[in-house]
Design a protein around this ligand. Structure first.
Ligand code: MSP
Length: 483
């Protein structure tokens, strides 16, 4: 059986996860479900990034221990996975003994490329990242993402000889060994590689930070959180010697947001090359979601929790909005008014009505008997291609072509007139064709809208209609336009 390994980035568990995190999980979930549906042996891994100064700082603010702090957030994270019906097979906590042990093995296996050096640089604790003098100057000494001044950090650290791998990484990206989608992100990283990669500091002094994985054979240092977090993608498979490593690595798709492109398209490939491992086949980079047209931020109070949307519209409607109306290759916006329009127009009026009409006509004219259903006849090549390219929006557009096509077909052939004319053979043919189309739509929707897809499939299976108690997307409930 073909193997398929897919990962998301592992979010920091220092705050409640929001719709941006949810979208990434949903995208990965679609690919995992789609590949399972098509017979692949899938491993879908996600997890939580639990070390580093950001976490330690927040825990101190709350007056709890670091471990208590991350435990509480991981519990909330797991609840969210359930609410979103994410079908991940694995979940890595970077504070788990297994991850820590394997991260130390990685360190030892990379030792050829690790050296100690002293370092002075400007650092943003929010990003957990050093910045160049030039970047700090361009930003007037303040990190634009976290609104806090860069700190001057001077210490002796372990360095990873990333510069050694610049050319190899560039070649792998250029020749498609490591495919980066969309193209714009590929160009961005190639530009960076053209400037050449610097060696990077991969440890922190314990004097400054104890909340990290111990560096083997140097008790004064812990691993830099980004270095260690990236390793989750292989520690979860049991690097170095578990059979899963040989079976599932390299990853088929790794999904990350545009802000962490450099870590995944430069540093991560460098680590893998240093370990003598293959590079992932594809890195899909999604954009950012804003809320009501503005960047989500706690200060603005416009951070949207996935549960708010699910409570009002139910999960499938939420999944639909994020997969269809947030551009897969760019940035997008969530706003309640648009959510309401999408729910009413596309889900209730187009899909819900299509399903409801066909079921009602078969109930009314044929006493719930569908008869022989012809095989599906649509060309789904574009849908398949879209999923191969991680264009979730495009794949759903293809499905909606069919949904609209079905409604148009019903309007054009007017089954109620055929019924009036008493041509029951023709009527049965027409309605069975509609059912065939709906079952195909259900199959195509399965990775995206699992509940809806299952309902449609059950409604029309085995040649009999089982009408639903209420419409798929009930409209009579007044949906709020503003929260
Ligand atoms: N912990 C690191 C990832 C380590 S992976 C080895 C991290 N965590 S994060 O919580 O800040 O972000 C997790 C993911 O959520 C990233 O892919 C990031 O791009 C994504 N998003 C965070 N905010 C987002 C939006 N507003 N919109 C869409 N995705 C966003 O980075």
């Amino acid at each position: 059986m073909s193997k398929y390994y897919i990962t998301t980035s592992i979010p920091y568990v220092n705050a409640e996860l929001h719709i941006g995190h949810a979208m990434e999980l949903l995208q990965a979930d679609v690919l995992a479900r789609y590949h399972r549906q098509n017979g692949y042996d899938v491993v879908f891994a996600t997890g939580s990034d639990e070390h580093g100064s950001k976490i330690a700082e927040k825990a101190a603010e709350k007056g709890v221990t670091n471990q208590e702090f991350v435990d509480a957030h991981v519990t909330a994270f797991k609840k969210l996975l359930k609410e979103l019906q994410i079908t991940n097979d694995r979940f890595t906590r970077t504070t788990s003994p297994d991850h820590e042990k394997r991260a130390q093995i990685v360190w030892k296996n990379l030792s050829k490329y690790i050296y100690k050096n002293s370092y002075i640089g400007l650092y943003c604790v929010g990003c957990e990242e050093f910045v160049t003098e030039q970047k700090a100057k361009d930003n007037n000494g303040v990190c634009p993402n976290h609104n806090r001044p860069y700190e001057q950090v001077k210490e002796e650290n372990h360095f990873f000889a990333l510069s050694t791998f610049t050319d190899k990484i560039k070649q792998a990206i250029n020749d498609g060994t490591l495919q980066i989608v969309p193209e714009t992100r590929k160009h961005e990283i190639i530009q960076l590689l053209n400037e050449g990669l610097d060696d990077i500091s991969i440890s922190r002094s314990k004097e400054k930070l104890t909340w990290g994985v111990a560096v083997p054979s140097d008790s004064s240092q812990v691993m830099y959180v980004w270095f260690e977090a990236l390793l989750n993608y292989i520690t979860v498979l049991g690097y170095p010697d578990s059979p899963d490593m040989a079976a599932y690595w390299p990853a088929d798709v790794q999904i990350v947001g545009k802000d962490i492109l450099r870590f995944h398209a430069a540093i991560w490939p460098g680590i893998l090359l240093g370990l003598g491992l293959d590079l992932p086949k594809k890195l899909y980079v999604h954009g950012f979601i804003s809320s009501e047209g503005k960047k989500m931020s706690k200060t603005l109070g416009n951070v949207v929790a996935p549960a708010d949307i699910i409570d009002t519209y139910k999960l499938d409607a939420m999944r639909y909005y994020f997969l269809r109306h947030i551009p897969s290759y760019g940035d997008g916006d969530f706003n309640w008014q648009r959510m309401n329009e999408v729910y009413n127009n596309e889900l209730a009026n187009e899909l819900g009505n299509g399903v409801g009409r066909v079921a009602a006509m078969i109930s009314k004219y044929q006493d719930n008997i569908i008869g022989e259903v012809p095989p599906a006849e649509h060309d789904i090549h574009e849908y398949q291609l879209a999923l191969q390219e991680c264009r979730f929006d495009r794949a759903l557009e293809e499905v909606w072509e069919q949904v609209r096509g079905l409604n148009q077909y019903i309007d054009a052939v007017k089954p109620w007139q055929i019924a009036k004319q008493g041509d029951s053979v023709h009527l049965q043919e027409v309605l069975a064709l509609c059912v065939s189309n709906l079952l195909e739509i259900a199959a195509l929707l399965a990775p995206f809208l699992p509940d809806t897809s299952a309902k449609i499939a059950v409604m029309f299976k085995d040649g009999i209609v089982r009408p639903l108690d209420e419409p798929l997307f009930p409209k009579e409930q007044e949906k709020p336009t503003q929260k």
